[in-house]
Design a binder for this molecule. Structure first.
Ligand SMILES: [Zn+2]
Ligand SMILES: [Zn+2]
Length: 235
């Protein structure tokens, strides 16, 4: 990170820390600093509480053909739809006050994740391209994974790296090409964990998880599952 970017980032975190307590999703002032979310946002959180496809994690039925059927992870799971306050929290993670948002996300994940998803797993954050990370100053997936490791005691291994040219994010409907491109650019550093749980902020098509899971499997990981804070449901 360049010094100017680091300063911007520190300034944003400091402003957020010193500001009067506000809802982490909508910034409405809060009477209780420990509340984190206002009543309205708390009630409007779009939990994926009903029956969900065991493979792709979207509410059943996931379609005539499960979108994860040919992807390299065993299952994908998310506690929330990428909508309403959950969508605002994902956006808030990119601005000031990122650490409290990551801790709140980790608490919500830990409270609702199926125990068998977490048992015995090593958390592996989905990597940002180093150039993009430098531009943004930090990495949301790494923040969520670190907060989740703190909360659950699960080990964390940031063993995936993106290499080569950073490319522009392509639009929906091009996931196959994106997956192929992403696979070429992912490298595993060191010995990968035998049982990996990929962590990201949002899962859209599963193509990024697929590329990460392929790279881990090629390097010797036996079991790969995928966890995102939010799941985009419009396809
Ligand atoms: Zn709110
Ligand atoms: Zn499915």
């Amino acid at each position: 990170m360049r010094p100017a970017e680091l300063l911007d980032r520190l300034r944003a975190e400091l402003t957020a820390a010193l500001a009067p307590p506000a809802c982490l999703a909508c910034r409405v002032p809060l009477a209780d600093a420990r509340a984190e979310l206002c009543v309205g946002c708390r009630r409007a959180l779009p939990w994926l509480a009903g029956p969900c496809c065991a493979r792709c994690g979207v509410p059943e039925p996931c379609g005539a053909r499960c979108p994860a059927a040919e992807q390299a992870f065993e299952r994908a799971w998310a506690p929330l739809a990428h909508d309403g306050p959950a969508r605002r929290l994902v956006a808030a993670l990119k601005f000031g006050g990122a650490l409290p948002v990551a801790r709140l996300m980790a608490a919500q994940i830990a409270a609702s994740a199926p125990p068998e998803l977490l048992a015995g797993a090593t958390l592996v954050p989905v990597p940002l391209h180093p150039a993009r990370r430098r531009a943004r100053g930090f990495d949301q997936a790494a923040l969520i994974a670190a907060a989740l490791a703190d909360r659950t005691g699960l080990p964390l291994a940031a063993c995936l790296r993106r290499e080569g040219e950073a490319t522009r994010q392509l639009g929906a409907g091009r996931d196959a090409r994106r997956a192929a491109a992403a696979r070429q650019r992912l490298r595993v550093r060191g010995a990968p964990p035998p049982h990996a749980l990929l962590v990201d902020d949002v899962c859209t098509t599963g193509a990024t998880f697929d590329a990460c899971a392929s790279a881990l499997r090629a390097a010797g990981t036996r079991h790969v599952a995928a966890l995102s804070y939010a799941r985009a449901l419009s396809r």
